[in-house]
Unconditional design. Structure first.
Length: 295
């Protein structure tokens, strides 16, 4: 974890800020050891300092406070403000986790279930005082659009859960048997396989939307593949991106989705297909991207 981004402070400012942080760390270490000692291992000290900085930055960003204030103001009030914010974020994350559990598809996958269970444990044992920056260790399920690795603690966890909830809603927009059929095409053992439950369904839906067909059934065969190829070939990368973006919005329209965040989520995923499409078009074969519904 990069403790202090290089663009926030000049070298001279850091000469002022760092000693202030070390003093704050000393007080935090004493609390952590319950007054028994101000000495801990280097690894624990780094963790405590990272937690303090994450907590402080939450307060600064939430209140739109200039970071320059850290060079002169007392730091502990910012820590307290950040901890109050974390209390609220923790409760919000728990509610979001429950919503993800309630909306989860009946289609099972080990990595999805294990990750969701692990996040629940993480939220129950979350330490906002000493290890606020820590992310869940258990996240193994891949998302269509992963949160930035520059996020930490509950900021990362909330974003991850929001993405999961979005994907749950998207899966429910397709016929269950159609999603299972597509998953079996990708991996017959999809329940134990490391994959995203809706990636291929959304991919196929994008293909169907490009050729202006209904997406809910995910019915895509060789004829549809040929039509998609005809639509995509001899187009510039920008035109291909435009086709995918229009298709993403068409998917949302067919599902009755009007939430901008979800629409942007599908659109962002469509962009990730462009490098694969470029390679596939050179071979004049999109069958490894827009796959037939079942083998």
């Amino acid at each position: 974890m990069e403790l202090i981004p290089s663009n926030l402070f000049s070298g001279d400012d850091l000469q002022i800020l760092l000693p202030r942080l070390w003093t704050l760390l000393g007080k935090q270490t004493e609390r952590y050891t319950m007054g028994d000692s101000t000495s801990v291992t280097v690894e624990v000290a780094q963790e405590l300092l990272a937690s303090l900085w994450y907590t402080i930055t939450l307060a600064m960003d939430e209140n739109h406070t200039p970071y320059g204030r850290l060079l002169s103001d007392e730091l502990m009030p910012f820590v307290k403000q950040g901890q109050t914010i974390l209390q609220d974020k923790l409760e919000a994350a728990k509610r979001l986790w429950k919503m993800v559990c309630r909306t989860a598809s009946e289609i099972r996958n080990f990595y999805f279930t294990d990750t969701l269970r692990g996040i629940g444990d993480y939220l129950r044992h979350y330490d906002l005082y000493y290890f606020a920056h820590r992310k869940p260790l258990c996240i193994d399920y891949p998302l269509l659009n992963a949160p930035s690795e520059t996020m930490y603690g509950l900021t990362y966890t909330e974003q991850y859960l929001k993405c999961l909830l979005t994907e749950n809603l998207l899966i429910h927009g397709f016929e269950k048997t159609a999603v299972i059929c597509v998953l079996q095409t990708v991996a017959p053992d999809y329940q134990e396989h490391y994959l995203n439950l809706c990636e291929q369904s959304i991919t196929n839906a994008l293909g169907l939307a490009i050729i202006r067909k209904k997406v809910r059934t995910l019915r895509l065969g060789h004829e549809e593949q040929a039509e998609i190829l005809e639509m995509m070939q001899n187009k510039s990368c920008e035109k291909q991106r435009e086709l995918l973006h229009v298709a993403a919005l068409s998917i949302c329209d067919q599902m009755g989705i009007t939430d901008k965040w979800i629409m942007d989520y599908v659109t962002s995923f469509s962009d990730t297909l462009l490098p694969r499409i470029e390679v596939a078009l050179e071979r004049m074969d999109l069958s490894n991207i827009f796959m037939p519904s079942c083998k």
